[in-house]
Design a protein around this ligand. Structure first.
Ligand SMILES: [Mg+2]
Length: 323
């Protein structure tokens, strides 16, 4: 287990009373990354911007109350997992029970005891950072270190929804290492693993723009999600990826294509109809299916090449273009 650096974690203090904020800040002396908001509205804005690791929230504020602020945080998909500790001068057990039942992680009474505050904040930060680590590990492939199938599935679903909202295209590359079984049979599985790691590294370095993701889809297959790219631009990116792998010149002991490791790549682009409402994962499935069809063609037509299909959702109509 790596050391959890709780003292650099970002804490957001929310209280309408600047005096209270000062007291809390002083009590949190060892924590170096503490930010403040004096209203619920400001807290939401800052939270969105900072993505804090912990929020200390005053239950009693004029305007947007603590409870209301809490609900808004919980309805934001990027902030709903952020732990919130309520801080209040009210003494009713009812309130304490209510906020804990709503999903707050703790409840602290004012006036705060500094040592107790630090201890409880420390406990929640340790849990938060540990959860982050576990979540991150669960989304990564053990062999190559890039995103795994699970993270890919969530990612492509989210990007389909984003594409729908923004009316933008979304492209997917499915890439398969040519004759990988022969590689393993000939060079051994350890060498095969090593080749996969090298391929993954090249692909990972190639996809660094916002929203892009390289994942190990399974075995010797990789998936690359390219938001905002239409068919032609995606096909060009695929061609770049293909030639980069070839240029990396990882020796292949037994391939009909040539002496180095090569990729066959299938590309698909999803054009969402204006009235498309993918409440399920069928848009993502359609995109994957068409990329898979294109990949099959790329292999059938001799490997180390790019083929693509575009498809429309929800009509499922598609055109095959072999460039
Ligand atoms: Mg207050």
């Amino acid at each position: 287990m790596t050391d959890l650096d709780i003292h650099s974690a970002c804490i957001l203090l929310v209280d309408d009373d600047p005096g209270t904020i000062q007291v809390l800040h002083r009590a949190l002396g060892p924590f170096s990354n503490v930010r403040f908001a004096t209203s619920g509205a400001l807290a939401l804005k800052l939270a969105e911007e900072l993505q804090p690791d912990l929020i200390l929230l005053d239950a009693d504020m004029p305007g947007m109350s603590g409870i209301e602020t809490f609900w808004k945080l919980k309805s934001d998909s990027l902030l709903q997992a952020t732990p919130v500790i309520f801080v209040t001068s009210r003494r009713e057990t009812d309130l304490e029970v209510e906020v804990l039942e709503l999903g707050a992680v703790d409840f602290i009474s004012k006036p705060v005891n500094p040592a107790l505050l630090r201890a409880r904040v420390g406990t929640q930060l340790r849990l938060k950072l540990l959860t982050d680590e576990l979540r991150s590990a669960a989304g990564h492939d053990g062999l190559t270190g890039i995103a795994n199938r699970r993270q890919f599935d969530e990612w492509i679903d989210a990007e389909c929804r984003r594409a729908l909202r923004g009316g933008t295209p979304l492209s997917l590359l499915l890439a398969d290492v040519d004759h990988f079984k022969a590689y393993n049979d000939c060079a051994g599985h350890l060498a095969g693993d090593d080749a996969l790691r090298k391929v993954a590294l090249v692909l990972q370095n190639e996809t660094r723009r916002a929203g892009e993701l390289t994942a190990r889809y399974g075995g010797e297959e990789f998936a690359i999600v390219l938001p905002g790219l239409d068919g032609e631009a995606a096909r060009q990116r695929a061609e770049e990826v293909r030639s980069l792998i070839e240029a990396r010149a990882i020796p292949h002991p037994r391939s009909s294509v040539g002496p180095v490791v090569t990729l066959s790549i299938g590309v698909s682009t999803l054009h969402l109809a204006a009235d498309a409402t993918p409440v399920d994962s069928s848009a993502a499935r359609a995109l994957i299916q068409h990329a898979d069809n294109a990949l099959y063609l790329a292999k059938k037509e001799g490997r180390n090449r790019v083929r693509y299909e575009t498809c429309s959702y929800p009509f499922g109509s598609w055109t095959r273009q072999t460039a």
